[in-house]
Write a protein that binds this ligand. Structure first.
Ligand SMILES: [Zn+2]
Length: 330
């Protein structure tokens, strides 16, 4: 039994490569945290077993058991329906197709389980505990191999009719752009993600462009990624700087769309590509300024995400707290 009066949640961040579990209180403090590798290739059953073992270690660390928590919140990659608890598909979890994740975990833990998309979880975490605390209209984007996002409208996470809202990375930016994994062409993430940046660099290298990018990848073109291009840019490589600037331009076109559509107070930006910093953000913000409504642009602040790799567990916990209505609102 939970002898204390406070609310505790087991937060789970299920990723394609790692599983994080944590025991979290209503203020967003982590009481315990466990990190393990996702046995993604072994399929759903092995992954669910790994979640259970990680949760057990978290509880042991906090000298608790599952009876101490009020509910369980899980963030998972890919589109899911938070109402029915079904994870439709997940590009990072092979073999997952319409998995009834919530029902399975509820049977295992004997607690209510609430499912949320991983990017939505990060958005909720930044809104509740991080960079956008106290605001009402917030867009969160994460720019890494793809682009994900979350939308807070009037202080609430907007998830849409069946929970797939805020697939921001899949808004069309270029009608004739590259084919996206989703089947569409010219999606934002095919133009402004780390993958897009690397693809453009490889193309230019293959065309014979003069650049030091390949030296940073030990001469192996398939190793060229956003981080390597960033390193070359920092040493003054002209092509690397040009490519980052171009990626920033596309980032800015998408930001302008979001600003015009949602008139947010803040856009919080996370993900590995955001580590490139001013080289990508200066052209992005300039493009957003050039293209967005002036009044809407003047109202928005851009901020880097604050919560780092805990954003997933914190957001999953915040979602569960919201659902159980035990959150102490400040
Ligand atoms: Zn797409």
């Amino acid at each position: 039994m939970n002898t204390q009066k406070e609310s505790l949640i087991l937060g789970i961040d299920l990723g394609g490569t790692k599983i994080l579990t944590a025991v979290i209180d209503a203020q967003g403090s982590l009481r315990a945290r466990d990190h393990s590798v996702t046995p993604a290739a072994k399929g759903p059953q092995a992954v669910i077993q790994a979640i259970r073992e990680s949760a057990k270690r978290s509880f042991e660390q906090a000298s608790m058991d599952v009876s101490w928590v009020d509910a369980v919140g899980i963030g998972a990659p890919g589109p899911s329906n938070p109402e029915t608890g079904v994870l439709f598909t997940s590009p990072n979890l092979p073999g997952w197709q319409d998995v009834d994740l919530v029902r399975i975990l509820e049977e295992q833990f004997g607690k209510k389980v609430y499912l949320i998309n991983d990017a939505n979880a990060a958005a909720l975490a930044e809104y509740r505990f991080g960079a956008a605390r106290g605001l009402q209209h917030v867009i969160y984007i994460t720019v890494s191999t793809g682009i994900g996002g979350g939308i807070i409208i009037d202080g609430r996470l907007y998830t849409g009719a069946v929970g797939t809202a805020a697939e921001l990375g899949h808004m069309t930016i270029d009608l004739d752009g590259p084919r996206c994994n989703c089947g569409n062409f010219g999606c934002w993430e095919t133009l402004a993600s780390g993958t897009a940046l690397a693809r453009r660099a490889r193309l230019r290298i293959e065309e014979g462009a003069s650049t030091a990018i390949l030296d940073h990848a030990a001469g192996e073109i398939e190793k060229v990624d956003a981080k390597i291009i960033q390193a070359a840019a920092e040493e003054g490589d002209l092509l690397a700087n040009e490519l980052i600037s171009r990626t920033g331009f596309y980032l800015g076109v998408g930001l302008a769309n979001l600003i015009n559509m949602f008139n947010p107070q803040m856009i919080v930006i996370g993900g590995g590509v955001s580590n490139i910093g001013d080289r990508i953000f200066n052209p992005a913000y300039q493009t957003a300024k050039d293209r967005a409504y002036a009044a809407a642009y003047a109202a928005v602040t851009f901020t880097r995400a604050k919560l780092g790799r805990n954003s997933g567990v914190l957001g999953a916990a915040a979602h569960a707290l919201d659902k159980t209505s035990v959150l102490e609102r400040s």
